[in-house]
Design a protein. Sequence first.
Length: 143
Amino acid sequence: MTALKEKTRVLTLPVCHHLITSLMGNIPENVTDAQLLTLLHPTPAVAGYPRSAAMRWLIENEPFNREWYAGPVGRIYWHGAEFCVGIRSALVEGNLVHAYTGAGIVRHSQPAAEWDELEIKLQTILNALSLSNIDARYKLKYF
């Protein structure tokens, strides 16, 4: 990629703030959008680094399939493409909702604080689906 431009900004939403970094540049004409996505997904922020070792560890140790979590979400245009990482997502199947969120665990992470953050992130998904007042009829299952 040549002529790389980076732009960082804060996106303020009603329930949180996101630090967004946009990267723009020119890629060689022989590289397709699909090839670029393959190189970028999954990001180290959601899979770990180095990627191959981290992915092996996740496959062997996580008790579930990540399904839609952290997949690229975006659009391909005639003149280019734009994508973001779907770090909060949900899959609705009838009256069953699979909600996905995660935490960035690093060396000095505090497990209790990370768990609290997960609860807040999950609540934003439930609010978006108008499920914020979950009662005893619903069971939340954490992995």
